[in-house]
Design a protein around this ligand. Sequence first.
Ligand code: SF4
Length: 687
Amino acid sequence: MATEDDGVHTICPYCGVGCGLKLKPGEEDGDVSLQPWFDAPVNEGALCIKGGASPQVVNHEDRLTEPLIGDGDGEFRTATWDEALTLIVDELERLAETYGPGATGFFASSKVMNEENYLLQKLARRYGTNNVDNCTRMCHASTVYTLRQSLGAGAMTNSMADLEEHGEVFWVQGANPAEQHVIAHSNYFREATRDGATLIQVDPHANKTTRDADIHLQLEPGTDIPLLNVVLKTIINEELYDETFIEERTTGFDHLEATLEGFDMEEAAERCGVPLADIQEAARIYAEADNAAIFTGMGMSQHTCGVDNVQNEVNLALLTGNLGRPGTGVNPLRGQNNVQGTCDVGAMPNVLPGYLEVDDDEARESVEEVWGFDIPPEPGLTNVEVSNAIGDAIHGLYVMGENPVMSEPDALEVENRLNDLEFLVVQDIFMTETAEFADVVLPATSWAERGGTVTNTDRRVQRMRKVTDVPGNTRHDLEILCEVGTRLFGDGFDFDGPEDVFEELRDVCPIYHGMTYESIGYEGIQWPCYEEGDEGDQYLYQETFDTDDGLGVIRGVRHQDPKEVPDDEFPLVLTTARLEEHYNTGTMSTRSPTLRRKTPENFVDIHPADAEKRGIEDEDYVTLRSRRGEIVLEAHVTEDIKEGVVWTTPHFSDARANTLTNDVLDPLAKIPEYKAAAAEVEPVGSE
Ligand code: SF4
């Protein structure tokens, strides 16, 4: 039984696996030391390299410790809190009076607590706009959209624990858990495969997950739909589907059959660049298993056809009856330690806490009753839409713990647009690339200094606990938001700490309603938890789906090319993905000596045939170009990538991958197409 006597129990600040660890104050003020938490519900003491290095950012010399006011030319001066907060409130009021509240956007953060994100979205809505969003838009917006539409909830249907115990086949598409969700892979997937489970990987890039895979279908980027259509057609042709499940629990099978009528599997396999027999063998293994689980990652979601990509995974699970039981499901592997929770608490432009639709009168009124003010009934703009509208419909931006200059596609354009903002507030722990453009920078809380709750990839709400005080003149994010809200509106933001905020959150958020800080304890609770005493659900949809008619939605989909395809000028396909030892925009991980030592700079993987054609040798510095810009980085010549494809990472500001990526969006989920852009590589200085 965990107690706080032997260290403070909290949650790793990096990925969505939600590993628990223990902290103790170090010898120096602000230092913390780390110990394993052997009873932690998710990881039982194990940590990956990022989790192990996580204390290194807490007392880092680059921490912001004073509020700063910018002069508009990139110079900053120290300000008092009163001065900074007065300027923020005056400018937010001026913007609302001049342009209306819809001229300002609010970016929440998957790196802060549920309570703080709840407060930020409440602040935006009290201000009069639904223009509030979070980085889910960049990673799994299409997954959340499809899972909500077709099954009911925008989250993992199952749990790492039940998958390990009951899963016979793991179908991992567009994800690399061995590097990006390391403990999920080592504690669950690898354990299961050692016990006989089969791991099928679908990914354009051979990576650490491939080492444990029984089958690797190395497809061309952007061909996930035809590959899955071959799988679906094979299952239908060979009558390997679950007829009873289809009849009793689904709708749309006819549509799928009609979509696949005349579908040419040979041609599709050729387009994918994978032998037809290999795809069909994988299809049979998946369909014939008693329990098979799909894991989906950003290789599926970050496309202009991201919604349809994920729909085809849902089609596969529904067709074979692989939902509603342990060891099955469609399971997004979420990237950040609180990206699930940030969505759960309503930091999205179309939904309120608990995914209550903002344009549903009854749902909206249920929240208005608790909040005591009217919520705008129209969905707001997503974060990329806000960014694209700067200088036009958008004039102000409040950014909490996000870094759009690094994270959004077509990064040079993002920089240009930020210059057009009339007012930008950035609240963060470091001077980020985005903060350089700010009018006010507020020093905020690191993970070891905060208490509250976070929600991991399998819907487990867990408590983080503070071990050390914030440094210098820094304030807690929660305190900052309460102060801004109170100064702006007078009431509604007077909270006595995170638990007080959580009590209001559970009042408006049905899926969290049954939880209290006490019941969450050290084990956490997996939502939905509607009433006190509910233990939460390890897996969803046992009897029925959370759709209007209770049926799971099958919908046939067809191949769509990426919006930019190779041509004579840019003959390669550029795709991007994360590394084990780094994290997203690199704000924290590149400041960690341990993580930086392992991979100090960005690189591009290129196939030997493509390298030879261009006179590039391994470890040469090359220029990687797209229509939007270029970066210089080291070439890694490797057969891990297919001929005609290049692969790089988004973590490094001095060779910023998003300078190159395309800002086209999935029309429904508005997620950018990070995973396919036309590109060219050449030795440095060869022009
Ligand atoms: Fe942290 Fe994720 Fe690594 Fe666990 S797997 S230690 S949560 S980064």
